[in-house]
Design a protein around this ligand. Structure first.
Ligand code: TRP
Length: 435
């Protein structure tokens, strides 16, 4: 149970509440949701199981685990994951900073306007400011380093076990408020009625990337979590529980944001700001709105903090396993480096918006590069490693502790050996436009 909650704490975060609704909005709604869930419950859960197996059997961090199990070029997968963790952490802290800012602004009452245009322009003014969001980013990076260093990571995780059910309940209340807004039906239909004419390779890549991002896959984090598992702990049951919880929170967030988008006459494809321009309008239409808004953004910030601490931990563990003994030095160094990348990421929405990579401003480019390239690539390599290098050794580890019907083990083997590698490769090649 403790393991499931810790792994779910890493999985549930901004990926569910911030990223999922806006990516769904950008990719046409219902069909995207179906494809997303399809990927999550086939490739996602199978790769999650594979990462847990690698971690539990070696009791080591990603680089160490690959080194022990295989050698050759495999430890490179571990290195790629460290770099990915660092990049994700940097833009993650920018968005988490927005969450903290919106908590403060909700208390002050300055963002809870019922007129969407005003909410949108308040948001724009905030994120394009050269100073304010950067300060909140600094605050959040500092908090992450402090938690990782202060030895209170366990304390935060324990607190999160109480607070996450609260976030879940508020989400339920918000769903009720959002779907009953005037004009919300259109948004519910957008989210739940699939229209497959809009599906392209890009849609598939976005769903794949979102699945990996949300489940914290493809970058070794779940290998690290697996290494905390005891021998004979139930891998299959834990993986399924984490996957179901994570998907549930994402669907709820979608049911909050998307109906409201249509009720307020916003555009679903508005991009990374979508959650921040619709939520305040919903709160503005609720009794005790500013209290609930502050509470909600507080809980979301805590969810983000458990994720950011886990991301930093990936980096810290790597350097310490490589022989750097001073944890403080590593954590502070990683924090400073993270902030150094987070600053231009934040400024890329304002004064540095002229600088683009492949048509994206820096923040979007970092997000795209990790979610849509390095995470799926990491997942592909994990699947190949499990299916073709570890083979029966991995399977023995899998069934140890899980009461599994042989048919399920076969299904998993088939997905890990054939479906996941082929599907990920195809989606990557076509989605990135190589063909
Ligand atoms: N899954 C997290 C979220 O949805 C983000 C994330 C990706 C993450 N990779 C991670 C968190 C590794 C912790 C560790 O917000």
């Amino acid at each position: 149970m403790g393991f499931i909650l810790a792994a779910a704490g890493s999985a549930v975060g901004l990926g569910n509440v911030w990223r999922f609704p806006y990516v769904t909005g950008e990719n046409g709604g219902g069909a995207f949701l179906l494809i997303y869930l399809g990927i999550v419950f086939s490739i996602g859960v199978s790769v999650l199981i594979a990462e847990l197996i690698i971690g539990r059997s070696t009791q080591l961090d990603p680089a160490g685990a690959f080194r022990k199990l295989a050698g050759g070029a495999w430890p490179l997968v571990g290195y790629m994951s460290i770099l990915t963790a660092f990049v994700i952490l940097s833009f993650y802290c920018v968005i988490a900073g927005w969450t903290v800012a919106y908590m403060a602004k909700s208390i002050a009452g300055s963002v809870l306007l019922s007129d969407l245009e005003q909410v949108g322009s308040a948001f724009d003014t905030f994120i394009t400011d050269p100073l304010e969001p950067v300060l909140y980013t600094a605050l959040f990076v500092g908090l992450t380093v402090f938690v990782a260093l202060g030895g209170i990571a366990n304390g935060i995780e324990r607190a999160a076990r109480l607070l996450m059910p609260a976030l879940f309940i508020i989400l339920l209340v918000l769903v009720a408020r959002s779907v009953t807004l005037d004009g919300a039906v259109e948004g519910v239909a957008f989210f739940l009625q699939p229209d497959f004419t809009k599906v392209t390779w890009g849609t598939l890549l976005a769903a794949l990337g979102q699945a990996f991002f949300s489940l914290s896959l493809g970058m070794g984090a779940m290998i690290t979590y697996g290494s905390y598992m005891h021998r004979h702990d139930d891998i299959a049951g834990s993986a399924l529980a984490v996957t179901v919880l994570d998907a549930l929170v994402a669907v709820l967030a979608g049911l909050v944001i998307l109906p409201a988008v249509f009720a307020f006459g916003a555009t679903p494809s508005a991009g990374p700001g979508l959650t921040f321009i619709t939520l305040p309008s919903i709160f503005a239409q609720m009794p005790f709105g500013s209290f609930f808004a502050a509470l909600f953004f507080f809980l979301l910030a805590i969810a983000a903090l458990t994720s950011s601490v886990a991301l930093l931990e990936v980096v810290i563990t790597y350097f310490m396993d490589e022989g750097e003994a001073n944890r403080t030095k590593v954590a502070v160094g990683a924090g400073v480096a993270t902030f150094a990348l987070a600053v231009p990421a934040s400024l890329s929405l304002g004064i540095m918006s002229g600088f683009t990579i492949g048509g994206n401003v820096l923040l979007d480019a970092l997000d795209y590069m990790t979610s849509n390239i390095t995470l799926p690539l990491g997942g592909l390599l994990v699947a190949l490693f499990m299916g073709w290098s570890l083979k029966h050794k991995g399977e023995e580890e899998f069934v140890d502790g899980s009461a599994l019907a042989p048919a399920l083990v076969s299904a998993w083997r088939f997905i890990i050996r054939y479906v996941a590698p082929l599907a990920i490769a195809l989606i990557l090649i076509n989605g990135l436009g190589f063909i």
